[in-house]
Design a protein around this ligand. Structure first.
Ligand code: KG4
Ligand code: ZN
Length: 336
């Protein structure tokens, strides 16, 4: 029998705990914080407080539903970074205290590596080597995944993450946070080619979203000058066009990476992987280019402890344990 681990995620605005036994995720308890809705983004101090309220019930539920006694645990895995310091500290301190109390090892997990290993929670699983487009509210990366714990970043954003581009644009449209899912929803009835927004060409496989964000701001400002009801009357077309432009920016680099590395095994991960425009476009590319594409189940796309548990499992097998003075790193580097 393989190890039984408890995993804890608290890097942003989801407090989550999961139990994994012998590489199989038994449950994935997530408490989503709705307190940020009216602020246009995650408020760090409110996130820390909500994590503090949620952490004990979420961990208890994960253990209870998994029918796991604390004494069954072989180690505790937690998100070390990247993320918000105050938020990471809640999960980190909890994990450290529990591991110390139980006399079991602590395992540090990189949040973005976890988004990638979310692909190994359920079937079908990608084969190594594969490319993973990791798209969330904090990151936008194309990663060459050589093995469970051996990964290389081929390209990443130099400024905002694509999730931020969705959320900040949504805020300009008067939508609550997180606006990404709402843009997705309104895009469904709209014309994706009505208002083209520019890609910022910066060479290589890197991304920049500050240009499109500014272009969107000026576009709205000009249109609203002409007609104050422009947004209200054209919500579907605006959202469809913005979403289409953002998705094309992502897929253009992904195609480039696939061609450069001769890899047709293609995965997407992170919160923006839930976007239906991205999913549909990826499906079309899979047909055209003979790609095998992989998208995790929705609950494993956005932040969750199931994915943290998966990394914890492989690091446990590797014997990669943390010292008990382990502490969160908000800007943790991708290091494997
Ligand atoms: O991975 P995640 O839950 O948290 C971070 O690590 O950032 O990703 C959250 C991001 C938010 O920016 C949210 O707007 C975006 O994922 N998102 C979406 C959709 N669902 C979530 N963006 C576009 N379309 C969606 N359907
Ligand atoms: Zn995330």
């Amino acid at each position: 029998m393989g190890p039984t681990l408890l995993a804890i995620e608290s890097s942003c605005d989801e407090t989550s705990a999961a139990v994994i036994r012998n590489g199989k995720v038994l449950n994935n308890i997530i408490a989503t914080q709705s307190v940020h809705k009216n602020y246009g983004g995650v408020v760090p101090e409110l996130a820390s407080r909500a994590h503090q309220q949620n952490i004990v019930p979420v961990v208890s539920q994960a253990l209870q539903e998994g029918d796991i006694d604390k004494s069954d645990l072989d180690a505790i895995a937690y998100t070390k970074g990247p993320g918000l310091l105050g938020a990471l500290l809640v999960g980190g301190s909890f994990a450290k205290s529990m591991a110390t109390g139980l006399g079991i090892p602590l395992i540090e997990v990189h949040h973005m590596q976890a988004h990638i290993l979310a692909h190994f929670i359920d079937d079908p699983k990608p084969k190594f080597p594969f490319l993973c487009l990791t798209v969330s509210g904090g990151h936008t990366q194309i990663v060459l995944v050589k093995d469970y714990l051996n990964m290389e970043i081929l390209g990443e954003t130099l400024d905002d993450a694509v999730g931020e581009a969705f959320d900040k644009s949504a805020k300009l449209l008067g939508l609550p946070y997180p606006g990404g899912p709402l843009i997705d929803k309104y895009a469904k009835g709209g014309d994706p080619l009505k208002y083209p927004f520019p890609d910022s060409e910066i060479g290589d496989l890197n991304f920049s979203f500050s240009g499109i964000k500014t272009a969107f701001l000026y576009f709205l400002r000009d249109k609203l000058k002409e007609n104050e009801n422009f947004v209200l009357n054209n919500m579907n077309d605006i959202c469809a066009s913005l979403q289409h432009s953002l998705v094309q920016m992502l897929l253009k680099r992904l195609i480039k990476a696939s061609e450069a590395h001769g890899i047709n095994e293609i995965a997407i991960a992170g919160g923006v992987a839930a976007n239906s425009g991205l999913r549909d476009a990826l499906g079309k590319l899979a047909n055209e280019r003979n790609w095998h594409t992989f998208i995790p189940d929705f609950q494993y796309c956005t932040d969750n402890a199931g994915m943290i548990a998966m990394v914890g499992h492989y690091r446990y097998l590797n014997g990669s344990f943390a010292d008990l003075d382990s502490s969160p790193e908000p800007r943790m580097k991708f290091q494997f």
